[in-house]
Design a protein. Sequence first.
Length: 291
Amino acid sequence: MATTHDHPHDGAARIIDGKHLSEVVRSDLRARIAASGRAVRLDAVLVGDDRAAGIYAANQARTCEEVGIRYVLHRLPATAGYEDIAGRVLLLNADEDVRAVMLHMPLPAGIDSERIQSLIAPEKDVEGVNPANIGNVVYGRRSLVPCTALAALEMIEHTGIDLRGKRCAVVGASNIVGKPIAVLLMREDATVHSTNKFTPALPALARECDVIVAACGVPRLVTAEWVKPGAVVVDVGINRVAGPDGTKVTVGDVDFDAVRRVASWISPVPGGVGPMTVAMLLRNVVDAALR
Ligand code: NAD
């Protein structure tokens, strides 16, 4: 695809269409699975009866089946303790037929999620939540990378920008989203500012950057004043806020309508990083299974 990076900016930004890109990834995965002649499955552990997690799991089952991945859901009761959940993860680690494992959040109150996540065998950890996988990302080793971070990078790369020597601002530095995005950008030889709610004069800093990734969970924080003309803006945020008529709408961390007039490329919410994150999970599953 042609890029606008070498041209002066004139008019509205191009849209990084996460829905379309995710469909391209899925059809590629379907073909890879078919060509491999192997069975690919994802084993997911769901503890308790959290309604949102249940809906998420049901959607995930459908999404997996659409690309030819068998989805095996392991349900544990809300009364399950650390030993029960850890025991199930260790069983899945030991099962040679299982190549991809994930853990639905939240776990019941009082259970140390990070401790359980760190038990998932790194080569089966398709959400990239075991700290060993983040360590591998830093070292540039082949490993499973957190899906949202992969999605953000794929979307930036889709614009055709050469990240080497470019300045990037990652707004938000959580362990599972902001930090891995910053590390992936560093691996592309970009100059990366990892920023957080304590960063002084953040709008001015962002305005010097060629790429802005917004992942802070603050609705429409990134306004047009933050954005250098022609910059690439990727919006990871998913926020439910009251719309003009009082009903709830989903918005990102970027003021889309205003930023669109300044950026060269922008990802929308919904229809941006969200669907691409799902596609990256499926890709991690296929990578883990066919490795
Ligand atoms: P988090 O709350 O764990 O971390 C937020 C980070 O943003 C922190 O580092 C914090 O210091 C920083 N921050 C908060 N306010 C800020 C401000 N005013 N200026 C600069 N930095 C600020 O959140 P998270 O789990 O990393 O999620 C971030 C956003 O991404 C949320 O909107 C979440 O819903 C969304 N998300 C999307 C996906 C996806 O698939 N698209 C996946 C995970 C999270």
